[in-house]
Design a binder for this molecule. Structure first.
Ligand code: GAL
Length: 315
């Protein structure tokens, strides 16, 4: 490994390389912590951008122990090129993949947004693997409880229950659905939240027994102001608080759109807000904006830093 290629810091918005010196492709991603390693899953957009889209390549996975040195674990769920009707055909859309681990079945379960190029299919896709680095086996897609499903995330609670959180009803409403015990399908238990508020890019986490959700507005690849809400119960009701970002460019989420909030293992109250600075003309060069997220008196604070590392949380 060439040490020059390995970042010593988290530098939001810079070119981020893996340990091979190759541009990291994990857009709209999320991170799973499992047995001492972080696994970062995201959209591989390493193709040609035409009309603000890239053909589906698959879901990439990178592993790390320190959150700035990333080893490429490959494409753990690849596109299916030889079947035009397949959900994972390159002509489709695969966005915002998230992976959680089921302690009972010992399976890694991936959910993702599956769509047609015109975004009219609006489904959730599910894949499963025995290992965090795949290969993931694609099970299929559906509209949970007959509801449209686009931007999404997963949340595994401390009691082992897991939830699918997704923009629905033409993106006007955010649904939160309890998953089956094996995490492979939705139950019929769900709530409709932020009705008519048009929220996207949900990122949900739990801090000291309360649930927090950060969402973006609905402006496609263009950045907008984030908003967060807090709840005693994950199914709601949610109380909207406001913009979690502060300082210059807070009104555009620092020119990015959230995708995940990553709790740092072993440091209580330490989180990373993960976001994408989309480049619609060249999506593969979209940059990663990772910033420390802190909560003081139930209030989220995300501030811009040019460069930082985990020692930021040594308080
Ligand atoms: C955004 C969404 C992205 C992608 C994009 C396409 O609103 O968050 O995941 O779908 O629209 O324009």
């Amino acid at each position: 490994m060439d040490n020059k290629l390995v970042a010593k810091h988290i530098i939001p918005g810079e070119v981020w390389l893996d340990t091979d010196g190759t541009l990291i492709q994990a857009h709209g991603g999320g991170v799973l912590f499992h047995e001492g390693l972080y696994y970062w899953y995201g959209e591989n957009k390493n193709g040609i951008s035409r009309n603000a889209r890239v053909d589906v390549i698959g879901v990439s996975c990178y592993s790390s122990s320190d959150l700035h040195t990333w080893k490429n674990e490959g494409i753990v769920l690849p596109a299916v090129t030889n079947d035009l009707e397949h959900d994972l055909n390159p002509r489709m859309v695969l966005e915002r993949p998230k992976v959680i681990y089921n302690d009972t079945t010992r399976k890694f379960v991936m959910w993702m947004h599956i769509d047609s190029a015109d975004y009219s299919y609006a489904r959730a896709g599910v894949a499963i693997s025995d290992s965090p680095v795949g290969p993931f086996e694609y099970i299929g897609s559906f509209r949970p409880n007959e509801q449209m499903s686009r931007d999404m995330t997963l949340f595994k609670d401390t009691d082992g229950k897991a939830y699918h959180i997704f923009s629905s009803e033409g993106n006007s409403t955010l649904c939160i659905t309890l998953l089956s015990d094996d995490y492979l399908s939705p139950t019929t238990q769900y709530t409709r939240n932020f009705i008519n508020n048009y929220r996207e890019a949900p990122a949900l986490f739990k801090h000291e027994g309360k649930y927090y959700i950060i969402t973006s507005g609905c402006t496609g690849w263009s950045p907008n102001e984030a908003e967060y809400a807090v709840a005693e119960n994950i199914m709601g009701p949610w109380k909207v608080i406001g913009n979690p970002c502060f300082g210059t460019d807070a009104e555009t989420t620092f020119h990015s759109q959230g995708t995940y909030v990553l709790p740092i293992k072993g440091k209580s109250g330490a989180y990373i807000f993960m976001a994408d600075r989309w480049k619609r003309e060249d999506l593969k060069d979209s940059r990663y904006i990772w910033l420390p997220l802190q909560i003081k008196n139930n209030t989220i604070e995300i501030k811009w830093l040019n460069q930082w590392d985990l020692s930021y949380f040594n308080y």
